[in-house]
Ligand binder design. Sequence first.
Ligand SMILES: [Zn+2]
Length: 155
Amino acid sequence: MVLQPQPKESELVEVVVAKLYEREKMCCDSCGTEITDPSKVFAMSKDGIQSNYVNPGGHVYETVTVMTAQNFELIGNPSKQFSWFPGYAWTIMQCKTCNNHLGWRFTSTMLRPSCFYGLAKSGFKVVIHKRTTPECEFPEYYESGTTYAVEYIPI
Ligand SMILES: [Zn+2]
């Protein structure tokens, strides 16, 4: 994650206004079905929102963790074998529309959050939808009193 220098207040206002007219969605890389949006991204590991993980087969996955997702199907049963997040069981997620591999759902009966999703960077793309009217509510990441880098999700 690359943090940008904090913008001046006037620049921040421009960015916020611009953001009100667009909405980023994280969509299936092969068919474009909406899976989630960047406001659902959160940091689950000390590395932040994005980490690299290696599966037992040696494949490296760049993974982004999100709180919620939709339009997916789970494949197989939850497994704790080789879990990247200790205490969590993973289940393979694929796109409901085209069966593209999206990532994994992680679940735990003991830990909080009890459920989150690790999306493989190879499985999704960020699509910006331009709006003709601004969104009524501010996105979560502009909550007052909280400072974030403007380009907080360099996907
Ligand atoms: Zn798809």
